[in-house]
Design a protein around this ligand. Structure first.
Ligand code: FUL
Length: 472
């Protein structure tokens, strides 16, 4: 009889586990996402809403001096925001609960500068209450932005302000149900030299909403992508060496690409506004980004392993303006059209399959199950996946995903097509991560090959889709 220890040794060397004769899955390679980060990554696309005193004073950066009565939406309808966002295919809304001017959209006890001192709804209005309820009704995630920089608060600049800001987070995270993301802006007033207690803020947020992810220039959970154009680096690691970095001091180049040797999992979020400004200005009604511009942003954010946070400046009525609403829907239709018919079917083979097992076969990359994946044997960092369509097929887009629960791995890969005699390279790329969408001039071929040329550990490819998308 074989002893258990012998089985363990065989398992170690062959990768075959004797429980149901299943091959052992690849070991995770650190760092890996937390459950909250993994869930966040699946959202891919959600809305930022900039709304506040600036909406009524026509500013981008208010100074915190406008009287609370100026805040006066004439027909506030947060359900219309939620309905629009839902129809646009977005998964949630992050609201500017307090921008740099310090005006709070909820009746905070920490300041006199809020809706409670506005004649709007006789001081009994609360945007966070209305919006969180609307998000729940429409099945959307609810997120909150609170600016650390406060141009109104009398004690801003003094250490005691840290307690004020922390208390503001405590209020919004305690009273409006589940919050999926806490957004800390890095913009600052350098003259007042406020020394922020970021670790204290992060601890408060985690204590009250342990499932929320915290965004700032420096994480800890989600990082800024390094620009406000919504564009991630072609190389985009969700890894980052966060040593010595903190919000407000952004290394924009490093944030854009992440860091292959990073010791923390801090994926990128790509924020950009649908108009030139973040807040609503009527003179920008004709400047809503075109569908072609939005598609380009989508391909360069979600298509480069980032999440897309697209901003809408809600107007003075307290509604998503018609122009933006129309464009959001058109953008949704353009994405539906681009990803309508997945052509990834045919005979799949690979140069290496983990333990030669069907459990990790190339077919797992096209089985519509994100939890299954094609993997190679440990140590095999170069391998290719070949798809024979069985007939000439025309396409211009390849969508590929890694199983990031086991860590981000691929460093370099190519898309190649068969011309009847040779493999022709149509695109050379670097990272994949949660999602990589590769575009190239349309090709007609019977066979496609994804050649992985380098990887931090054996690759784990959980999804491959192929499209002939309209060129905009
Ligand atoms: C920046 C702010 O200064 C802008 O006003 C805007 O809120 C943007 C999202 O973040 O840091």
């Amino acid at each position: 009889m074989i002893k258990i220890s012998t089985l363990a040794v065989i398992t170690l060397f062959t990768g075959i586990s004797f429980i149901g004769l299943k091959p052992a899955p690849p070991q995770p390679i650190a760092p890996v996402p937390s459950a909250a980060q993994a869930a966040w990554q699946e959202l891919e696309y959600y809305a930022f809403v900039h709304f506040g005193m600036n909406t009524f004073t026509d500013h981008e950066w208010g100074e915190g001096r406008a009287h609370p009565d100026n805040f006066n939406p004439t027909s506030l309808d947060t359900r219309q925001w939620a309905r629009t966002v839902k129809a646009a295919g977005m998964k949630g809304i992050i609201i500017t609960a307090k921008h740099h001017d310090g005006f709070c959209l909820w009746p905070s006890a920490t300041t006199e500068y809020s809706v409670k001192n506005s004649s709007w709804r006789n001081g009994r209005g609360d945007i966070l209450k209305d919006l969180s309820e609307a998000c729940r009704e429409y099945g959307l995630k609810f997120g909150v932005y609170i600016s650390p920089w406060d141009r109104n608060h009398p004690i801003y600049g003094k250490p005691k302000y840290n307690r004020v800001y922390q208390e503001q987070w405590r209020e919004v995270l305690s009273n409006y149900g589940e919050v999926f993301e806490a957004w800390l802006d890095g913009a600052n007033d350098n003259q007042k030299r406020m020394v922020y207690d970021f670790n204290g803020f992060f601890a408060t947020i985690k204590k009250i909403q342990p499932n929320a992810v915290i965004f700032s220039d420096a994480g800890p959970d989600i990082r800024w992508v390094g620009n406000e154009r919504g564009i991630a680096g072609e190389t985009n690691w969700s890894l980052r060496d966060n040593e010595g970095s903190f919000p407000g001091f952004a290394d924009e180049k490093a944030l854009n690409t992440g860091d292959e040797n990073g010791t923390s999992w801090i994926p990128a979020e790509c924020d950009v506004s649908i108009r030139p400004g973040w807040f609503y200005h009527s003179n920008e009604d004709g400047k809503v980004k075109t569908v072609a511009q939005l598609m380009e942003i989508y391909y360069k954010s979600v298509g480069r392993n980032g999440n897309l946070l697209l901003n809408i400046g809600v107007d003075r009525r307290g509604m998503v303006n018609e122009n933006d609403e129309l464009r959001l829907i058109e953008f949704k239709q353009a994405r539906d059209e681009a990803f309508k018919t997945n052509l990834a079917s045919g005979r799949l083979t690979a140069t290496n399959t983990r333990s030669n097992s069907t459990q990790f076969s190339p077919a797992k990359a096209v089985d519509s199950d994100r939890n299954t994946f094609w993997a190679t044997d440990d140590g095999v960092k170069q391998a290719s996946l070949e798809l024979d369509f069985g007939r000439e097929t025309e396409f211009n887009t390849v969508l590929i995903q890694e199983n990031i629960a086991l860590g981000q791995r691929v460093k370099k890969f190519s898309v190649e097509v068969w011309d009847g005699k040779n493999w022709l390279n149509v695109s050379s790329q670097t990272t994949i991560g949660h999602k990589r969408i590769v575009r190239f001039p349309a090709v007609k071929t019977q066979k496609l090959r994804i050649a992985i040329e380098d990887s931090r550990a054996c690759p784990t490819i959980s999804n491959l889709e192929i499209y002939k998308a309209p060129v905009l």
